[in-house]
Write a protein that binds this ligand. Structure first.
Ligand code: NDP
Length: 286
């Protein structure tokens, strides 16, 4: 038996595999297309079933949830500890946990917060959720490629944390795109502007802590620095400048519309955190 088996040697899987081998762990690997497994020499086996049989701990890093189902459809998972690092939705992760349970396996889901070159470095980490017992048992092995953050017994929570951070990141990328569009046709070098932009975003990032505190207390006036009324009063400056620069407002207007709606509902003295209330719909039962 080897210390662990890894299914999937795409860009991410291969990066994970290299860190385990470098750390002296014995590894069995499998990839649907054998050529990608060649660099791993004797560690590679021909079928997913052989790979699963070779270890108790099975780490899966395939393209998407459907590929996990396809790769393991006819494989005996009885008594195995399955750690699925394939990106999925919370609903898919919960269904996959049930699927593993029905096959006699324990299940832990993971969401990788890194790109392949970061694996093995200090900034990479992986969210885990599902069986705490399984997480504790394999904590040493799981900590080799990236830091570990266990976020709960609900197998959907790792994916939910992953997606929440990615959504926030997309919002930030949208803001960065709008800012560069504003200066594009001016005598301002993007490389001169970038440090100012990056430092400003970092300085503003602590809003996450302020809003978390407001959400938990239910007091949206708590610690407010720039209230909603003041921020809505500034909207014409943002939109007029955008128009004058010949820039489309389409990235900006959805958020500004929510600010205006919240103000119209009488929350001008609160922080903008009340937008969370506008966005939140009752959860659809699974
Ligand atoms: P790649 O596209 O490089 O590799 C995909 C892997 O999935 C390959 O091993 C491929 O096999 C396999 N695969 C696809 N479909 C099937 C199938 N039907 N049956 C069996 N195997 C299949 O992706 P990555 O390695 O980059 O990503 C793997 C996971 O890691 C994804 O869920 C991704 O979201 C996640 N991730 C990736 C990040 C990144 O930056 N790359 C960042 C964070 C998470 P084959 O070689 O035969 O095609």
């Amino acid at each position: 038996m080897t210390d662990l088996t890894l299914l999937g040697l795409g860009d991410m899987g291969a990066a994970l595999a290299r860190t385990w081998l470098a750390a002296g762990r014995s590894l069995t690997v499998w990839n649907r297309t054998p050529a990608r497994a060649e660099p791993f020499g004797d560690a590679a086996v021909a079928t997913a079933a052989e790979a699963v049989a070779a270890s108790r701990l099975i780490v899966v890093c395939l393209l998407d949830d459907a590929s996990v189902g396809a790769a393991l459809a006819d494989v005996d998972l009885t008594g195995k500890d399955v750690v699925n690092l394939t990106t999925s939705t919370p609903a898919q992760a919960r269904a996959r946990a049930e699927w593993a349970r029905e096959r006699g396996a324990r299940f832990l889901d993971g969401g990788i917060m890194a790109v392949p070159p970061m694996i093995g470095g200090p900034e990479a980490y992986i969210f885990y959720s599902g069986s705490r017992e399984l997480f504790d048992l394999h904590a040493d092995v799981l900590a080799v490629p990236a830091g570990t953050k266990y976020v709960g017994e609900d197998p959907g929570y790792a994916a939910l944390h992953d997606v929440a951070l990615l959504c926030a990141m997309n919002g930030m990328f949208g803001g960065v795109a709008h800012a560069f569009a504003l200066i594009r046709n001016e005598d301002i070098a993007p490389t001169a502007f970038a440090p100012l932009l990056a430092d400003w975003l970092k300085a503003m990032a602590d809003v996450a802590h302020l809003h978390a505190d407001q959400l938990e207390s239910g007091d949206y006036r708590k610690g407010v620095v720039s209230n909603l009324a003041m921020q809505v009063a500034g909207i014409p400056t943002l939109l007029d400048t955008t128009k004058d620069q010949g820039v489309s407002p389409e990235l900006l207007t959805p958020y500004l519309s929510l600010m205006r709606r919240r103000l119209s509902e009488g929350h001008g003295d609160e922080d903008t955190v009340g937008i969370v209330d506008l966005l939140t719909q009752p959860k659809v039962p699974a």
